[in-house]
Design a protein. Structure first.
Ligand code: ZN
Length: 261
Protein backbone atom coordinates (compact mmCIF):
# COMPACT_ATOMS: atom_id res chain seq x y z
CA UNK A 1 0.00 0.00 0.00
CA UNK A 2 3.01 2.35 0.41
CA UNK A 3 3.42 2.81 -3.35
CA UNK A 4 -0.32 3.47 -3.79
CA UNK A 5 0.10 6.88 -5.47
CA UNK A 6 2.67 5.49 -7.93
CA UNK A 7 0.35 2.61 -8.88
CA UNK A 8 -2.59 4.95 -9.41
CA UNK A 9 -0.67 7.46 -11.51
CA UNK A 10 1.14 4.75 -13.49
CA UNK A 11 -2.09 2.91 -14.33
CA UNK A 12 -3.84 6.17 -15.22
CA UNK A 13 -1.12 7.46 -17.56
CA UNK A 14 -0.56 4.02 -19.10
CA UNK A 15 -4.23 3.43 -19.89
CA UNK A 16 -4.74 7.00 -21.15
CA UNK A 17 -1.71 6.75 -23.47
CA UNK A 18 -2.84 3.36 -24.83
CA UNK A 19 -6.36 4.61 -25.51
CA UNK A 20 -5.23 7.84 -27.20
CA UNK A 21 -3.10 5.64 -29.45
CA UNK A 22 -5.99 3.24 -30.08
CA UNK A 23 -8.20 6.21 -31.03
CA UNK A 24 -5.77 6.83 -33.92
CA UNK A 25 -5.55 3.18 -35.02
CA UNK A 26 -9.18 2.05 -34.69
CA UNK A 27 -11.13 5.34 -34.60
CA UNK A 28 -14.86 5.64 -34.08
CA UNK A 29 -16.07 8.20 -36.61
CA UNK A 30 -17.83 11.27 -35.23
CA UNK A 31 -17.91 14.97 -36.10
CA UNK A 32 -14.99 16.49 -34.16
CA UNK A 33 -14.87 20.27 -34.66
CA UNK A 34 -13.24 20.78 -31.23
CA UNK A 35 -11.13 17.64 -30.82
CA UNK A 36 -8.09 18.14 -28.56
CA UNK A 37 -9.19 21.72 -27.77
CA UNK A 38 -11.49 20.16 -25.12
CA UNK A 39 -8.61 18.42 -23.35
CA UNK A 40 -7.45 21.33 -21.17
CA UNK A 41 -10.94 21.69 -19.67
CA UNK A 42 -11.55 17.95 -19.30
CA UNK A 43 -8.17 17.36 -17.63
CA UNK A 44 -8.52 20.57 -15.61
CA UNK A 45 -11.78 19.35 -14.05
CA UNK A 46 -10.30 16.05 -12.85
CA UNK A 47 -7.17 17.80 -11.57
CA UNK A 48 -9.24 20.29 -9.53
CA UNK A 49 -11.44 17.44 -8.27
CA UNK A 50 -8.38 15.49 -7.10
CA UNK A 51 -6.96 18.54 -5.30
CA UNK A 52 -10.34 19.23 -3.63
CA UNK A 53 -10.53 15.63 -2.38
CA UNK A 54 -6.91 15.63 -1.16
CA UNK A 55 -7.35 18.89 0.75
CA UNK A 56 -10.73 18.19 2.35
CA UNK A 57 -10.96 14.38 2.54
CA UNK A 58 -7.29 13.39 2.95
CA UNK A 59 -8.17 9.94 4.33
CA UNK A 60 -10.07 9.08 1.14
CA UNK A 61 -11.73 5.67 0.75
CA UNK A 62 -8.50 3.67 1.14
CA UNK A 63 -7.68 5.56 4.35
CA UNK A 64 -11.13 4.80 5.78
CA UNK A 65 -10.68 1.11 4.87
CA UNK A 66 -7.29 1.04 6.66
CA UNK A 67 -8.90 2.61 9.73
CA UNK A 68 -11.85 0.17 9.63
CA UNK A 69 -9.45 -2.75 9.40
CA UNK A 70 -7.55 -1.53 12.49
CA UNK A 71 -10.70 -0.78 14.46
CA UNK A 72 -12.41 -3.97 13.22
CA UNK A 73 -15.37 -1.97 11.94
CA UNK A 74 -17.72 -3.06 9.15
CA UNK A 75 -19.32 -6.22 7.79
CA UNK A 76 -16.32 -7.92 6.15
CA UNK A 77 -14.05 -7.22 9.11
CA UNK A 78 -16.68 -8.71 11.44
CA UNK A 79 -16.94 -11.81 9.24
CA UNK A 80 -13.14 -12.00 9.02
CA UNK A 81 -13.28 -12.92 5.32
CA UNK A 82 -10.01 -13.99 3.63
CA UNK A 83 -8.58 -11.48 1.11
CA UNK A 84 -9.10 -13.80 -1.91
CA UNK A 85 -12.83 -13.50 -1.21
CA UNK A 86 -13.15 -9.99 0.22
CA UNK A 87 -11.15 -8.35 -2.60
CA UNK A 88 -13.32 -9.45 -5.56
CA UNK A 89 -16.45 -8.95 -3.43
CA UNK A 90 -15.39 -5.36 -2.75
CA UNK A 91 -14.88 -4.70 -6.46
CA UNK A 92 -18.33 -6.08 -7.37
CA UNK A 93 -20.19 -4.36 -4.52
CA UNK A 94 -18.52 -1.02 -5.23
CA UNK A 95 -19.32 -1.31 -8.93
CA UNK A 96 -22.99 -1.82 -8.01
CA UNK A 97 -22.77 1.14 -5.65
CA UNK A 98 -21.39 3.41 -8.39
CA UNK A 99 -24.14 2.19 -10.77
CA UNK A 100 -26.78 3.18 -8.18
CA UNK A 101 -25.03 6.47 -7.44
CA UNK A 102 -25.01 7.25 -11.17
CA UNK A 103 -28.79 6.71 -11.32
CA UNK A 104 -29.31 9.04 -8.36
CA UNK A 105 -27.18 11.71 -10.10
CA UNK A 106 -29.58 11.49 -13.05
CA UNK A 107 -32.76 11.41 -10.93
CA UNK A 108 -32.30 14.42 -8.60
CA UNK A 109 -32.26 17.82 -10.39
CA UNK A 110 -29.44 19.41 -8.29
CA UNK A 111 -27.24 16.36 -8.77
CA UNK A 112 -28.06 16.27 -12.48
CA UNK A 113 -26.90 19.91 -12.73
CA UNK A 114 -23.47 18.68 -11.54
CA UNK A 115 -23.42 15.48 -13.60
CA UNK A 116 -24.64 17.35 -16.71
CA UNK A 117 -21.13 18.86 -16.99
CA UNK A 118 -19.96 15.35 -17.90
CA UNK A 119 -22.78 14.75 -20.39
CA UNK A 120 -22.47 18.16 -22.04
CA UNK A 121 -19.24 17.15 -23.79
CA UNK A 122 -20.26 17.53 -27.45
CA UNK A 123 -17.66 14.97 -28.52
CA UNK A 124 -16.42 11.80 -26.91
CA UNK A 125 -12.92 10.50 -26.39
CA UNK A 126 -10.96 9.03 -23.47
CA UNK A 127 -10.72 12.47 -21.81
CA UNK A 128 -14.53 12.60 -21.52
CA UNK A 129 -14.05 9.86 -18.91
CA UNK A 130 -12.23 12.41 -16.73
CA UNK A 131 -14.67 15.27 -17.24
CA UNK A 132 -16.57 15.36 -13.96
CA UNK A 133 -17.38 18.47 -11.93
CA UNK A 134 -15.09 18.63 -8.84
CA UNK A 135 -18.14 18.64 -6.55
CA UNK A 136 -19.37 15.40 -8.15
CA UNK A 137 -15.91 13.84 -7.61
CA UNK A 138 -16.02 15.04 -3.99
CA UNK A 139 -19.54 13.68 -3.34
CA UNK A 140 -18.62 10.37 -4.93
CA UNK A 141 -15.61 10.12 -2.60
CA UNK A 142 -17.88 10.70 0.42
CA UNK A 143 -20.13 7.84 -0.76
CA UNK A 144 -17.14 5.53 -1.22
CA UNK A 145 -15.75 6.45 2.23
CA UNK A 146 -19.08 5.66 3.92
CA UNK A 147 -19.36 2.39 2.00
CA UNK A 148 -15.77 1.42 2.89
CA UNK A 149 -16.58 1.80 6.60
CA UNK A 150 -19.96 0.03 6.47
CA UNK A 151 -18.66 -2.82 4.36
CA UNK A 152 -15.36 -3.12 6.24
CA UNK A 153 -13.80 -3.51 2.80
CA UNK A 154 -10.09 -4.40 2.56
CA UNK A 155 -7.94 -1.39 1.52
CA UNK A 156 -6.43 -3.49 -1.29
CA UNK A 157 -9.95 -4.08 -2.66
CA UNK A 158 -10.71 -0.35 -2.68
CA UNK A 159 -7.40 0.42 -4.39
CA UNK A 160 -8.01 -2.22 -7.09
CA UNK A 161 -11.57 -0.94 -7.57
CA UNK A 162 -10.52 2.71 -7.89
CA UNK A 163 -7.80 1.89 -10.41
CA UNK A 164 -10.29 -0.27 -12.33
CA UNK A 165 -13.02 2.39 -12.22
CA UNK A 166 -10.60 4.97 -13.55
CA UNK A 167 -9.39 2.68 -16.33
CA UNK A 168 -12.91 1.61 -17.37
CA UNK A 169 -14.10 5.21 -17.36
CA UNK A 170 -11.30 6.10 -19.80
CA UNK A 171 -12.01 2.98 -21.88
CA UNK A 172 -15.78 3.30 -22.23
CA UNK A 173 -15.55 6.94 -23.35
CA UNK A 174 -12.75 6.27 -25.85
CA UNK A 175 -13.50 7.07 -29.50
CA UNK A 176 -12.54 3.60 -30.64
CA UNK A 177 -14.40 1.05 -32.69
CA UNK A 178 -13.76 -2.51 -31.57
CA UNK A 179 -14.27 -5.40 -34.01
CA UNK A 180 -18.01 -6.28 -33.66
CA UNK A 181 -17.41 -9.87 -32.52
CA UNK A 182 -14.96 -8.74 -29.81
CA UNK A 183 -17.34 -5.98 -28.76
CA UNK A 184 -20.25 -8.41 -28.39
CA UNK A 185 -18.12 -10.85 -26.37
CA UNK A 186 -16.79 -8.11 -24.05
CA UNK A 187 -20.28 -6.62 -23.62
CA UNK A 188 -21.40 -9.84 -21.94
CA UNK A 189 -19.20 -8.90 -18.98
CA UNK A 190 -18.05 -5.28 -19.17
CA UNK A 191 -19.32 -1.95 -20.48
CA UNK A 192 -17.83 -1.27 -23.92
CA UNK A 193 -17.53 2.16 -25.61
CA UNK A 194 -20.40 1.21 -27.98
CA UNK A 195 -22.73 0.59 -25.01
CA UNK A 196 -21.71 3.66 -23.06
CA UNK A 197 -22.16 5.98 -26.05
CA UNK A 198 -25.91 5.28 -25.85
CA UNK A 199 -25.84 6.89 -22.39
CA UNK A 200 -24.33 10.04 -23.95
CA UNK A 201 -27.12 10.45 -26.51
CA UNK A 202 -29.11 13.70 -26.17
CA UNK A 203 -32.35 11.67 -26.43
CA UNK A 204 -33.74 11.32 -22.92
CA UNK A 205 -34.77 7.67 -23.16
CA UNK A 206 -31.25 6.81 -24.34
CA UNK A 207 -29.50 8.95 -21.69
CA UNK A 208 -31.60 7.13 -19.10
CA UNK A 209 -30.04 3.79 -19.98
CA UNK A 210 -26.63 2.12 -19.69
CA UNK A 211 -25.62 3.60 -16.34
CA UNK A 212 -23.03 0.87 -15.69
CA UNK A 213 -19.35 1.70 -15.31
CA UNK A 214 -17.41 -1.54 -15.12
CA UNK A 215 -19.70 -4.59 -15.21
CA UNK A 216 -22.54 -4.65 -17.74
CA UNK A 217 -24.72 -6.92 -15.57
CA UNK A 218 -26.33 -4.12 -13.51
CA UNK A 219 -28.08 -2.60 -16.55
CA UNK A 220 -29.43 -6.01 -17.54
CA UNK A 221 -30.52 -6.74 -13.97
CA UNK A 222 -32.22 -3.41 -13.27
CA UNK A 223 -33.89 -2.91 -16.67
CA UNK A 224 -31.73 -0.06 -17.99
CA UNK A 225 -30.26 -2.03 -20.90
CA UNK A 226 -30.98 -1.02 -24.52
CA UNK A 227 -28.04 -2.43 -26.41
CA UNK A 228 -28.23 0.09 -29.28
CA UNK A 229 -29.36 3.59 -30.15
CA UNK A 230 -32.21 4.44 -32.54
CA UNK A 231 -31.40 6.48 -35.61
CA UNK A 232 -28.63 9.03 -35.54
CA UNK A 233 -26.61 9.40 -32.32
CA UNK A 234 -26.36 13.04 -31.22
CA UNK A 235 -23.88 13.43 -28.36
CA UNK A 236 -24.12 16.00 -25.60
CA UNK A 237 -26.88 17.99 -23.92
CA UNK A 238 -29.16 20.35 -25.85
CA UNK A 239 -28.28 23.97 -25.10
CA UNK A 240 -24.83 23.25 -23.59
CA UNK A 241 -23.05 22.05 -26.70
CA UNK A 242 -21.52 25.33 -27.96
CA UNK A 243 -17.74 25.63 -28.20
CA UNK A 244 -17.65 28.59 -25.78
CA UNK A 245 -19.33 26.41 -23.10
CA UNK A 246 -16.41 23.96 -23.11
CA UNK A 247 -13.87 26.08 -21.23
CA UNK A 248 -12.80 25.25 -17.66
CA UNK A 249 -14.39 28.35 -16.02
CA UNK A 250 -17.68 27.83 -17.88
CA UNK A 251 -17.81 24.14 -16.96
CA UNK A 252 -17.07 24.90 -13.28
CA UNK A 253 -19.92 27.44 -13.27
CA UNK A 254 -22.32 25.39 -15.43
CA UNK A 255 -24.27 23.70 -12.57
CA UNK A 256 -25.09 27.11 -11.09
CA UNK A 257 -26.10 28.76 -14.35
CA UNK A 258 -29.44 28.73 -16.07
CA UNK A 259 -29.70 28.44 -19.78
CA UNK A 260 -30.92 31.67 -21.32
CA UNK A 261 -33.75 31.52 -23.81
ZN1 ZN B 1 -24.61 9.80 -16.72
Amino acid sequence: MESEATWRLGAFLGVLALLLLAERIIPWAQPRPLGARRWVANLGLVALGSVLVRLTLPLAAVGVALWAQDAEVGLMNALDLPLWLSLPLTVVVFDLLIYLQHRVFHALPWLWALHRVHHADPEMDATTGLRFHPVEIWLSMLVKMAAAALLGAPPEGILVFEILLNATSLFEHAAIRLPPALDRALALVIVTPRLHRIHHSEREEETNSHYGFCLSIWDRLFGTWRGRWEGELVLGVRGWRAAEEQTLPRLLAQPFRRLRG
